[in-house]
Design a binder for this molecule. Structure first.
Ligand SMILES: Nc1ncnc2c1ncn2[C@@H]1O[C@H](COP(=O)(O)OC(=O)[C@@H](N)Cc2c[nH]c3ccccc23)[C@@H](O)[C@H]1O
Length: 395
């Protein structure tokens, strides 16, 4: 699974030249008695607004799982504060939070290798969001997707919906420190002064928070980068700019309208494949997927979005390239091809569905996992917030 990184290299470059950042690089470990260098972290979030769908899985969750092997601090948050920007029934929300935890575990999130937690249980998210909100201009938020889409649907949106992306920036920026293992720390701290600028840039690039998301979150990530920059200019170099990590399948489209993205809240029942769909549900939805009048299978996202969406989903779930998949489909018409795609999706989702069912049954276990995750997240967020409060002038 290929991941691509979207970072603002120029700003990281600028960051390197500020002497403070340099010193801070060594400061982070003092509290633990080691000389430590901050390092790359992974942070991402998902709203507990129902069972994740194939778009969430291919655009984000699959890479969340893979990143557990590549980074030592990996954090995934069930962003319940974001979810209440739309009306939620309290009992349903409570259930959705635990169901989301079960879904993430079933996809392969391993609580021994990542910190899985509920956003509202770490109050620093809301606090940092307020501070960042005070640095954000109103026009900067007006054109961001969440507001544009959802305020239109409801005629008018809430203040929470409007400032949603500021909270997302706070989520990401809050987790800026990490510890390296002591031998790496020793080697790197000895070497740092001998590194050339390019190597220091690489080190700092690695240090920023990496955020695996689908394409729809890019503008939110850009706001997080801007807010890091604005905060640093206003107070002192403090927040490294985060980078988006995009998976190969950046945007899975709706099966009923391939001009829009697959979404949990799509009112059309056949538009979205959920991770809990049975094989029969999946076959039906794929068979009914909107394509076009050409029967050949090709990959032309602009002119043939429907069939191209099937091809890219098929490539992603089967671990093949788009070219391989198209070659495999030679001689088939789109009707026959849909059966192949459905089968490949069933193969991928079936074990996840069964595991979700198993995990959902033990609510106590899920609650205790989330409580432990919140404790760990809090222990990382608290020292950052202490520094932020000092910089802002609260003490
Ligand atoms: N059709 C699709 N195709 C490809 N990818 C998709 C598709 N639909 C959703 N995604 C991706 O799934 C993740 C979770 O979606 P959410 O809408 O809950 O995701 C959201 O609503 C975020 N605002 C949650 C959030 C809050 N704080 C954060 C901090 C970092 C990253 C993310 C967050 C996302 O990565 C999203 O890009």
């Amino acid at each position: 699974m290929a991941l691509s990184m979207r970072c603002n290299v120029k700003s990281v470059f600028r960051f390197v030249h500020k002497s403070n950042s340099h010193r801070r690089l060594f400061k982070a470990g003092k509290a633990t008695g080691t000389t430590s260098l901050p390092k790359a972290q992974v942070f991402s979030g998902i709203q507990p607004t129902g069972v994740p769908h194939l778009g969430n899985y291919l655009g984000a969750l699959e890479s969340w799982v893979a990143l557990q092997d590549k980074y030592s601090t990996v954090m995934y948050s069930i962003v319940d504060l974001h979810s209440i920007t739309q009306p939620q029934d309290p009992q349903m929300l409570r259930e959705n939070i635990l169901d989301m935890a079960a879904s993430l575990l079933a996809c392969g999130i391993d609580p021994t290798r990542s910190i899985l937690f509920q956003q509202s249980q770490v109050s620093e998210h809301a606090e940092l969001s307020w501070i960042l909100g005070c640095l954000t201009s109103m026009p900067r938020l007006r054109h961001l997707p969440q507001w544009k889409m959802k305020s239109k649907q409801k005629n008018e949106g809430s203040v929470g919906l409007y400032t949603y992306p500021v909270l997302q920036a706070a989520d990401i920026l809050l987790y800026k420190y990490g510890q390296l293992c002591s031998s790496c720390v020793l080697i790197l701290s000895r070497l740092y002064s001998q590194l050339c600028v390019r190597e220091r840039v690489m080190l700092l690039l690695c240090r920023s928070t990496h955020v695996p998301v689908g394409e729809d979150q890019i503008q939110h990530l850009e706001l997080a980068q801007d807010l890091a920059r604005i905060f640093n200019n206003q107070y002192e170099e403090f927040f490294p700019e985060p980078c988006a990590l995009l998976s190969g399948t950046r945007k899975v489209k709706s099966l009923r309208d391939p001009s829009s993205k697959m979404s949990k809240s799509d009112p059309q029942k056949l538009a979205t494949v959920f991770l809990t769909d049975t094989p029969d549900d999946i076959v039906l939805k794929i068979r009914r997927a909107v394509t076009d009048l050409t029967s050949e299978v090709t990959y032309e996202p602009e002119s043939r979005p429907g069939v191209s969406n099937l091809v890219s989903m098929h490539a992603a779930v089967s671990g093949q390239s788009v070219e391989e998949v198209v070659r495999l489909a030679e001689g088939m018409d789109t009707g026959q091809y849909k059966n192949v795609v459905a089968e490949a999706i069933v193969q991928t989702l079936q074990p996840i569905r069964l595991e979700i069912q198993r995990l959902r049954a033990d609510r106590g276990h899920l609650e205790s996992l989330l409580a432990k995750g919140a404790e760990k997240a809090h222990s990382l967020a608290a020292p950052v917030m202490t520094e932020v409060r000092k910089l802002v002038g609260f003490y």
